[in-house]
Design a protein around this ligand. Structure first.
Ligand code: NAD
Length: 338
């Protein structure tokens, strides 16, 4: 079977992860790297035997490119998604889809209109533990979903200006977990209440951001999800969630970096958590491309898709509004087909 041709736009943190994973595949070829930073694109492309350009059109004009991974800065996503759709390429767009809900909707409409195979980069859905919990919830093992609880605490705080440029905590960190909640609850989100503060670094407030937050999300089914977010643990990447149902509870546990425990004298010392999000979730970036390659080969839709991305982005925008007005905010259905 012919290998699937890929291009990557954006040669930064996430672009480098995707490029490395694509170059290591047997069923895919990394053919192009595009970045407005010429040297950056050239260095990444050269490291993997690909061609490089500062112009997206150069990559899109190449018929051997089947799929484009959009890992550029968020404010460039919309133009890149629309160009890929017009060129007939499948795509994976990193989250968030666009810098605004309106921009994200234009992307969603274009993808729907053209029937483009379009994934969104919610890699956590591909974590083996998370997926097992999801599948067992769907199989009815815990009955009707009533409550969900998510913990996401980053190991180290980010520089406030950079954190704000990335969208702020309720968007950047939040969208991954809102998406997991919707996936697990299998119900539409209707209302969110967010509270937060700057307990770690007061400078986040200068950018309208927080470093510590607690949220409550209500679904149409009546189920409730709560989220505990922090920008700093000092003990590694701390993530877990649990789903409570009418007949039991399923939890996706905190994963230790190594499954080794020392038992000595009166102490039991277990290995700690992973150093960061990449170390914790590295296999999920490979698995999301597995799914995309399969979808492209089979000519079928892929999940999570741009609709999932738009739903999570709508929750994030309502959460930001809730935080600033200190009240629950209804979530507008901006992702529906209507
Ligand atoms: N799924 C995940 O776990 C995850 C992790 C990190 C980042 N992201 C997302 O990926 C995106 C990129 O984040 P990053 O941390 O890699 O950022 P980054 O700043 O490290 O890299 C972005 C790259 O895009 C390039 N770029 C900007 N505008 C461009 C344009 N018009 N055309 C071509 N290239 C352009 C920049 O020069 C830069 O090299 C963001 O949307 C971010 O939210 C997702």
């Amino acid at each position: 079977m012919r290998s699937v041709g890929f291009g990557v736009v954006g040669a930064g943190v996430i672009g480098r992860i995707h490029a490395r994973n694509l170059a290591a595949r047997r069923d895919a070829d990394l053919r192009w790297v595009v970045d407005v930073d010429e040297a950056r694109a050239a260095a990444l492309a050269a490291g993997h035997g690909a061609r490089s350009s500062t112009q997206l059109a150069a990559m899109l004009d190449d018929p051997s490119v089947d799929v484009v991974v959009i890992g550029s800065s968020t404010d460039a996503h919309e133009g890149h998604v629309l160009a890929c759709v017009a060129a007939g390429k499948a795509l994976l767009c990193e989250k968030p889809i666009a810098g605004s809900l309106e921009g994200a909707r234009r992307c969603l409409d274009a993808v729907r209109g053209a029937g483009t195979i379009a994934a969104v980069g919610f890699n956590r859905r591909f974590d083996a533990h998370h997926r097992r919990v999801h599948d067992r919830v769907r199989a009815g093992e815990i009955g009707t979903v009533e409550m969900l609880h998510f913990v996401s605490r980053s190991p180290q705080d980010s520089e406030p200006a950079a954190a704000a440029r990335a969208g702020g905590m309720l968007r950047e960190k939040g969208t991954h977990h809102y998406d997991l909640a919707c996936w697990l609850a299998a119900s539409e989100p209707v209302e969110v209440y967010a509270s937060g503060g700057c307990l770690i670094d007061p400078r986040h407030a200068d950018h309208g951001d927080v470093d510590t937050a607690a949220l409550v999300l209500r679904f149409a089914s009546g189920a409730l999800a709560t989220f505990a977010f922090s920008r700093r643990t000092g003990y590694g990447c701390d993530e877990m969630f649990e789903v409570n149902g009418s007949q039991g509870m399923l939890r996706s546990e905190r994963q230790r970096a190594l499954g080794v425990t020392l038992w000595k004298g009166d102490r039991v010392v277990a290995d700690g958590l992973h150093d960061g999000w990449y170390e914790r979730f590295a296999p999920t970036y490979v698995a999301e491309i597995d799914e995309l390659v399969a979808a492209v080969r089979e000519g079928r839709p892929v999940r999570p898709d741009l609709e999932d991305g738009m739903r999570a982005q709508a929750i994030a925008e309502a959460a930001v509004e809730s935080l600033s007005h200190a009240r629950p905010v209804a979530i507008r259905d901006t992702w529906g087909a209507g």
